[in-house]
Design a protein around this ligand. Structure first.
Ligand code: 8ID
Ligand code: ZN
Length: 350
């Protein structure tokens, strides 16, 4: 009952466009599973891939997508611990060697042979997607597949980033790009982890969502603020700045501001990947405030399982809108303009 043909969104060349068309369904290799994708989130990374924003080439032609939630329909002969009919998720890390220094120490995203879903291998903007069984996200039958899709990249990434920040319950974290996909999930994870949130983004819709739905204590509108550094510091109880800053914006400017408003001893975690961007920090303040600046890149298999368990326990409820897979281009059009509050999720049957 697995069809020979399926609908997919394909880019033939860097720069796009994405084309909605019928392509062949592939067979899983010995260590792989084939997942009937029901829903796939749209991450800004997918747009970076279309545009060729990063110094890392994609495969071409390419089926994008790396937040795919669905049902396992076939598996290779070596796969023992994933059953046909299981709910499973395709993550950004599609597979790794499992043997290198990094894999052995649970830093699988750093594996030099990592396969990236929707980037170096075809991803979840198709009805049937292949992933290495070792890395497939294990989903439970009580999970709403549309709601869990954004957790598979956005959720895992911000959960890991919050852990990397070292912020402890009761402390304050600033989330920059709080109204987007990663930002909206970051607000929920931060709240669930007992952190106080300062949301930084722009517009009334994102402000309302942050304060009323996601539980942020404060909202700083970067476009309206005359001095973002002062306003973020003023949003902390003692005026000394947030203990951690989670940068998920797709813009260079905040990457050059965060070290100025972070609290002494605080940590700036870089997650967003704006094209061609550079970090900047004043050496004097970085030294005398003992500031830490670090990068954070998705998460390992355990981080993924933990992030999913937060969702399963009902702690993560971030707004998302569902449209058909055929409408991917219109989602990208909104994303470019920064008009998406939360996440868009694609229904692969439409
Ligand atoms: O593992 C990783 N490091 C990882 C994983 C997944 C995604 C990194 N990413 C990267 C993506 O490639 C992308 O560069 O994180 C970035 C954010 O992805 P997203 O959340 O999917 O993007 P979005 O939904 O478009 O949200 C971006 C938000 O940033 C705001 C926008 O208003 C939008 O809400 N923003 C911008 I653009 N400039 C801002 C500024 N100066 C800003 N918010 C605050 N201050
Ligand atoms: Zn992503």
């Amino acid at each position: 009952e697995i069809p020979k043909k399926q609908w997919a969104q394909v880019i033939e060349k860097t720069g796009g466009p994405v084309e909605y068309k019928e392509i062949d369904v592939q067979q899983p290799g010995p260590d792989e599973v084939l997942i009937n994708i029901k829903y796939s989130g749209v991450c800004h990374t997918d747009l970076h891939a279309v545009n060729g924003d990063w110094p890392l080439p994609t495969k071409l032609p390419l089926v994008g997508g790396h937040e795919g939630a669905g049902v396992v329909v076939a598996r290779g002969e070596l796969v023992k611990d994933v059953e046909i009919g299981d709910y499973a998720g395709v993550k950004w890390i599609n597979g790794t060697c499992l043997a290198c220094d990094f894999c052995q120490q649970a830093d699988e995203p750093l594996c030099p042979k990592a396969l990236l879903s929707g980037y170096t291998v075809d991803g979840s903007f198709q009805q049937y997607c292949i992933a290495k069984a070792a890395h497939v996200a294990r989903l439970t039958k009580d999970m709403d597949l549309a709601a869990v899709a954004p957790v598979l990249c956005a959720g895992i990434t911000v959960y890991k980033g919050l852990k990397e920040s070292g912020a402890r319950p009761g402390q304050t974290v600033a989330i920059v790009g709080a109204g987007g996909g990663l930002g909206s999930l970051a607000q929920q994870y931060a709240k669930a982890m007992g952190l106080r949130v300062i949301a930084i983004d722009t517009g009334d819709e994102k402000k309302k969502m942050s304060i009323e739905q996601l539980g942020a204590a404060e909202f700083v509108d970067f476009a309206k603020s005359e001095n973002v550094v002062k306003d973020v510091q003023a949003a902390t109880e003692d005026g000394l700045g947030p203990h951690a800053v989670i940068l998920v914006a797709v813009n260079e400017k905040p990457f050059q501001q965060a070290a100025e408003y972070v609290r002494p001893r605080g940590t700036v975690v870089c997650i967003g990947l704006p094209a061609g961007a550079y970090l900047r920090a004043p050496v004097f303040e970085t030294v005398i405030k003992m500031v830490t600046i670090r990068g954070s890149y998705v998460g390992n298999r355990k981080d993924s399982a933990e992030a999913l368990d937060f969702f399963r326990r009902g702690l993560i409820k971030a707004p998302f809108k569902v449209v058909g897979l055929s409408e991917l281009q219109s989602v990208y059009d909104k994303m470019v303009k920064g008009e998406i509050a939360g996440r868009y999720v694609l229904d692969t049957t439409k």
